[in-house]
Design a protein around this ligand. Structure first.
Ligand SMILES: *Cc1c(COP(=O)(O)O)cnc(C)c1O
Length: 363
């Protein structure tokens, strides 16, 4: 008789990484591709973060501060009204999300928009909770009314990815507040703001106050995107004291490693530079969207550092650009293109011309 495993794990399969990750792992990475699959920043960590890493690595034989005090302090300083006791930390915001769902009584339902981040249904399955995906509107918008209608007596949490990966669409801060106000108090609202730095709507600023003002709302953010630290794995959350206190109860004592702590701290202290980089990404996002429009391609106007466009991943790859295949994201025939550096974005635009020329030749 084999060991009995939990039946809800039966449908789960290991994560299938994008092609660029596989190539790097296999050492077949020939550096000839623009790697725009995973919404990473095109630039390395800030010099401030690199300096902090160099300084601390010789001490890697020691455990780091298990409480992550310094990083919590600088995150609190960067978010008005937040104290260190309001800050959650984790090994990537993935772990912050996992810790939050671990707080909830088992076997309930989790409501989230769909298509969205593939981690949500995965965590639900691992924790034995029922995923309740709610379709985006036919304009690919987050549908607050439909999300609220999906809430039942069994609903424990709603996860709102805002801006949403992969659609790039978002709810304004007023819409988020309205949704939070209409949600029953006993349902946890998790606002996944992995891409918040790329929102160019000034009224979205200080969105963390939605969480500080309410007992049932938490904001999750990451150093993996705008801060360019995806490889170090560090994320954070902002919430009222009660949520933050409970989240700390389930967190592994040393979940955030030494390198991640010091690099994230240095990067948050240099956040003006992070902001300047995000502004570059926003300008380049506009340039790519204009190019898609000029090529008469359907695309979804985005508030993230990525754009969904109706153009095949294979046609991008033929032009030396690796993107996330739309098939994997619920958009067959589309691609999700991460905004890269100038050179990479030029190549994306070049791919559109190359494919158009092939069509003309064939016609
Ligand atoms: C990239 C991303 C994250 C970040 O995950 P990390 O674990 O912090 O690297 C979180 N949520 C969404 C929707 C993402 O796309």
């Amino acid at each position: 008789m084999p060991v009995t495993f939990r039946p809800e794990l039966e449908p789960l399969r290991p994560y299938v990484p994008p092609k660029s990750w596989r190539m790097a792992a296999e050492g077949t990475d020939d550096k000839n591709y623009a790697k725009l699959t995973s919404n990473e920043l095109a630039f390395g960590p800030l010099p401030e973060a690199l300096a902090a890493l160099t300084e601390v690595l010789p001490r890697a034989n020691r455990y780091p501060d298990s409480h992550v005090s310094r990083l919590r302090g600088v995150i609190a300083d960067a978010n008005s009204g937040a104290a260190p006791a309001n800050i959650l930390v984790g090994n990537g915001s993935s772990e912050v999300l996992m810790n939050l769902l671990q707080l909830l009584p088992g076997s309930g339902e989790i409501v989230f928009p769909w298509p969205s981040f593939s981690l949500y249904p995965m965590i639900c399955a691992v924790l034995g909770m029922a995923a309740r995906p709610v379709s985006l509107t036919d304009k690919n918008e987050l549908d607050a009314d439909a999300l609220l209608s999906a809430v039942t007596g069994e609903t424990r949490a709603m996860i709102l990815c805002n801006p949403n990966n992969p659609s790039g669409t978002y709810l304004s801060l007023d819409q988020v507040r309205d949704l939070a106000d209409r949600l029953p108090d006993e349902v946890l609202l998790i606002l996944d703001e992995a891409y918040v730095e790329f929102v160019d709507d000034p009224s979205y600023e200080n969105s963390h106050t939605v969480a500080l003002e309410r007992e049932n709302v938490v904001v999750a953010r990451t150093f993996s995107k705008a801060h360019g630290l995806a490889g170090l794995r560090v994320g954070y959350g902002i919430a009222g004291n009660r949520i933050a206190d409970y989240a700390e109860r389930v967190r592994f004592p040393v979940s955030v490693n030494l390198a991640a702590q010091v690099a994230a701290t240095a990067s948050m202290l240099a956040r003006d530079k992070v902001k300047a980089r995000a502004e570059f990404v926003i300008a380049e996002r506009n340039r790519l969207q204009a190019a898609f429009a000029a090529a008469s391609l359907e695309f979804i106007p985005s508030q993230g550092n990525f754009i969904m466009v109706r153009f095949r991943a294979g046609d991008f790859e033929a032009a030396g650009v690796l993107v996330r295949e739309g098939e994997a994201l619920g958009y067959p025939g589309w691609s999700r293109v991460t905004v890269g550096d100038l050179w990479e974005n030029d190549r994306v635009i070049g791919a559109l011309g190359a494919a158009t020329k092939v069509v003309e030749k064939g016609a």
